[in-house]
Ligand binder design. Structure first.
Ligand code: SAM
Length: 278
């Protein structure tokens, strides 16, 4: 027994299924079930919610989500070696865990989920960032999910929640905060994982806003922000020169100064600029 359920401790699960962590799949497992239950709680009230969990591995976080009352968990795992331990978790929570052996970047999981839907994942960082960007840029808003609770490299988490004027402020902050409320809810030292990674990690919780903070066409906003931060040391008037011949006038019409640098411009300022360039 493990403390949160009647299943064996994760160290025993890993040993009995010979689940040696693979570096190529970014496998750094969480083995402390009290910690995984705590992470599950940062995702909010799970009762009555369907959860999409990406990268369940041996099932530590999955067990946390189920023990915390999730109605239904769809767990998408690329590594087939994790299927037998996940089947044991499914048997302990009859009818509540569905496991899909797939690459999360290749599938559309929405057909398997019923709203309200929350997404929770401890994924390799590169996959996590790519999925975050996809989840934040659907064709229409609000998205299919209510919240995202995702583990990142601490430095990436800081870029997601960064405010104007800071070094970490950039495309990821604007993308995330324009359409969601983003907070760091937990930081974890390397020793929390087996094997330990080289860096600290952090859990970011994002709640979808019913509407974006300020009106703007997503494609135009994305183009303006990309151009501004591609040359973040330059003033707006030269970084954005390629976007319009009369860019200085448009910057002024947006209520900004042509001499400002990208990192000084708020999300409201970028949205005003995107409207001037629409
Ligand atoms: N959630 C588990 C935990 O907290 O202990 C495992 C975390 S481990 C950092 C990442 C997991 O994501 C691994 O089980 C790995 O096999 C899986 N994974 C990696 N790339 C994936 C992908 N593209 N799609 C689905 N799962 C993936």
């Amino acid at each position: 027994m493990s403390g949160i359920d009647d299943l064996p401790p994760l160290r025993d699960v890993i040993a009995s299924h010979d689940l040696r962590a693979k570096k190529s799949l970014g496998q750094n497992f969480l083995l402390d079930l009290n910690l995984t239950a705590k992470i599950a709680r940062t995702a909010g009230d799970l009762e009555g919610c369907d959860i999409l969990e990406v990268g369940p591995g041996p099932g530590g976080l999955t067990r946390g989500l189920l023990a915390e009352g999730a109605r239904h968990v769809l767990a998408v795992e690329k590594d087939a070696r994790c299927l037998p331990p996940l089947a044991e978790v499914a048997a302990a929570y009859p009818g509540r865990l569905e496991v899909m052996n797939a690459d999360a970047l290749e599938i559309d999981a929405t057909a398997h989920l019923t709203p309200p839907i929350r997404i929770v994942a401890n994924l390799p960082y590169n996959v996590g960032t790519e999925l975050l960007v996809r989840w934040l840029t659907p064709p229409s808003w609000p998205p299919f999910w209510e919240s995202l609770t995702l583990m990142f490299q601490k430095e990436v988490a800081e870029r997601i929640v960064a405010k104007p004027g800071s070094k970490a402020y950039g495309r990821l902050a604007i993308l995330a905060q324009w359409r969601a409320d983003a907070r760091i809810v937990m930081t974890l030292p390397p020793e929390a994982f087996t094997p330990p990674p080289k860096i600290h990690s952090a859990v970011v919780h994002l709640t979808a806003r019913p509407e974006p903070l300020f009106p703007a066409e997503p494609e135009v906003l994305s183009r303006v922000v990309a151009a501004a931060f591609n040359q973040r040391r330059k003033m707006l008037r030269s970084a954005l020169r390629g976007l319009a011949p009369d860019i200085e006038d448009r910057i002024l019409a947006a209520g900004l100064k042509p001499t400002m640098r990208a990192e000084e411009v708020s999300i409201e300022g970028f949205c005003a600029l995107a409207r001037q360039l629409a």
